[in-house]
Design a protein around this ligand. Structure first.
Ligand code: ADP
Length: 387
C-alpha cells in the first residue's frame, strides 16, 4: 500500500514544483497573502512587500518567474519604476499592474516605459485576477517555446549548411579524382586498339567500342558533376551585361544543332540589360536552347526567346515546339542526373537543367517550366535587371 501512495505524493510534489512561478508585490501584506491564496492551486506564488526585496527574489529565484504583479503605489519605488527595473534586468518576466487609482498619466507611463502586459483595477474579483494571470503565463510560455524553437531551427539550419558544404566539397573531390583513372582507361583503350588491333578480331573491336562509349559517357558525367559543383565554389563575377550579347553568344554555341535539325531560334528585339556573370549566363541559355532543339521531333524545331522588364527583374521565356514534359515531372527535371527519355533517343547526362537552375538561383532568380506533352515547353525564369 505504501508504494502507490508514495508514488502519488511524489507525482503531486513534482507537479507542484513544475507549476509556473509568479511574484506578487504589494506594500499591504494582506493583499500579498490574499493573492497568494487565490493563485496557490495553479502557481508557485512568491510574495514581497517591498520593491527591493522583490527584485532580489527575481534575481535569486531558482525557478524562472513567469509573471510579476505589482501595485502602483509603494514606498521607496513606484510601480512604474519597479517595472522599468524588471524590464531591464529580466525582460522576459511578464508585467501586470495592480492599482486602485486610475490616473491616466501614470498608467500611460507604466504602459509605455514599463511595457506592462495587463492592468488589474482594485478591487478585483478572483476570476478577474485568475484570467489575467493565466493569459500572462500562457503568453510567457509561448515566448519561451518560440525561443526554444528558434534555437532548434537555427541549430538544425547550421547543421544542414555544414553538411551541405561537406557534401559539396566531397562531390568536388570525387569528381576531380575520377578524372585521372578515366583518362588512363581512355589511353589504354587507344593503345590496345593501335598496338594489338590486328589480333583482336571483330568481337574484340566491338568490346573496345563498348569500353570507349562507356568511359566517354562517364567522362561527360564527371565533367558535368564538376561543372555543377564548381558553381558552389567559385564566386560569381557580376556586372551589367547586355542580355542581347548573352543570347547571341548562346545561340552561336548551339548553331551546330540549329543546322543539324533545320531549326530556328528567334531572339527578342531589344532585351534589357541584366546584372550577372556573363559566362554563367551564356551556359544557362546554351543549355536551354540546346534542350529546346534536342527534345524535339518536328521537322523544323522552333525556339523563341522572349523578355520583359518587370520592376527589378527581367522575366525571360524560352518556348519550343518540342516533345513536352508531363506535369508530374516538372520538378524532377531540375534535379541533377534526372532524365525522362532513353539515352538512345536523346543523348545527354541529365545535368543541364540542374546547372541552369543553380545559375538562376545564384543570381537570385527562379525558374519553372510550363509544358504539356506533345505541345512544347516554356521555361520561365527571372534575372536581376540593371536599374
Ligand atoms: P539532358 O539534356 O542532359 O538530358 P537536362 O538536365 O538538360 O539533361 O534535362 C533533364 C531532362 O528534362 C531531359 O533528359 C529531358 O527529359 C527533359 N527536358 C529538358 N528540356 C526539355 C525540353 N525543352 N523539352 C522536353 N523535355 C525536356
Amino acid at each position: 500500500m505504501d508504494g502507490p501512495r508514495s508514488d502519488r505524493s511524489e507525482r503531486r510534489a513534482a507537479r507542484m514544483r513544475n507549476r509556473p512561478a509568479v511574484l506578487v508585490v504589494d506594500d499591504e501584506a494582506q493583499t500579498v497573502t490574499a493573492v497568494k491564496h487565490l493563485l496557490r492551486r495553479k502557481y508557485n506564488v512568491l510574495g514581497a512587500t517591498r520593491a527591493a526585496e522583490a527584485l532580489d527574489m527575481l534575481d535569486a529565484s531558482e525557478v524562472p518567474v513567469a509573471a510579476v504583479l505589482c501595485d502602483m503605489r509603494m514606498p521607496e519605488m513606484t510601480g512604474d519604476q519597479f517595472f522599468r527595473e524588471v524590464l531591464q534586468r529580466h525582460p522576459k518576466v511578464v508585467r501586470i499592474l495592480i492599482t486602485a487609482y486610475a490616473n491616466l498619466e501614470t498608467l500611460a507611463t507604466s504602459i509605455n516605459d514599463g511595457q506592462i502586459f495587463a492592468y488589474v483595477a482594485k478591487p478585483f474579483t478572483a476570476e478577474q485576477l485568475e484570467r489575467v494571470v493565466e493569459t500572462a503565463v500562457t503568453y510567457r510560455e509561448m515566448v519561451d517555446a518560440n525561443e526554444r524553437m528558434t534555437r532548434e531551427v537555427t541549430a538544425a539550419n547550421d547543421l544542414l549548411t555544414r553538411k551541405n558544404e561537406e557534401l559539396q566539397a566531397y562531390t568536388h573531390v570525387v569528381a576531380h579524382d575520377l578524372k585521372e583513372p578515366l583518362r588512363t582507361i581512355a589511353a589504354y583503350t587507344r593503345f590496345l586498339r593501335e598496338e594489338c588491333g590486328d589480333r583482336l578480331g571483330g568481337e574484340g573491336h566491338r568490346f573496345l567500342d563498348g569500353i570507349t562509349r562507356c568511359s566517354g559517357h562517364m567522362s561527360r558525367l564527371v565533367e558535368d558533376l564538376l561543372q555543377f559543383s564548381r558553381l558552389d565554389h567559385e564566386k560569381l563575377d557580376q556586372h551589367p551585361v547586355e542580355l542581347r550579347y548573352v543570347l547571341e553568344a548562346a545561340a552561336e554555341l548551339v548553331s551546330g544543332s540549329i543546322d543539324a535539325t533545320g531549326g530556328s531560334v528567334t531572339l527578342p528585339d531589344a532585351p534589357p540589360v541584366v546584372v550577372g556573370d556573363v559566362d554563367r549566363l551564356i551556359v544557362l541559355f546554351q543549355n536551354l536552347l540546346s534542350n529546346a532543339l534536342k527534345f524535339n521531333r518536328q521537322p523544323n524545331p522552333q525556339v523563341e526567346v522572349r523578355c520583359a522588364l518587370d520592376g527589378e527583374v527581367i522575366r525571360v521565356e524560352v518556348e519550343d515546339n518540342g516533345i513536352g514534359i508531363a506535369e508530374e515531372q516538372h520538378d524532377r527535371i531540375f534535379h541533377i542526373f534526372e532524365r525522362l527519355n532513353p539515352r538512345a533517343d536523346f543523348p545527354g547526362t541529365g545535368a543541364g537543367l540542374a546547372i541552369v537552375r543553380k545559375i538562376v538561383e545564384l543570381h537570385g532568380g527562379r525558374i519553372s517550366v510550363d509544358s504539356v506533352p506533345g505541345s512544347g515547353s516554356t521555361f520561365r525564369l527571372t534575372l536581376p535587371a540593371h536599374q
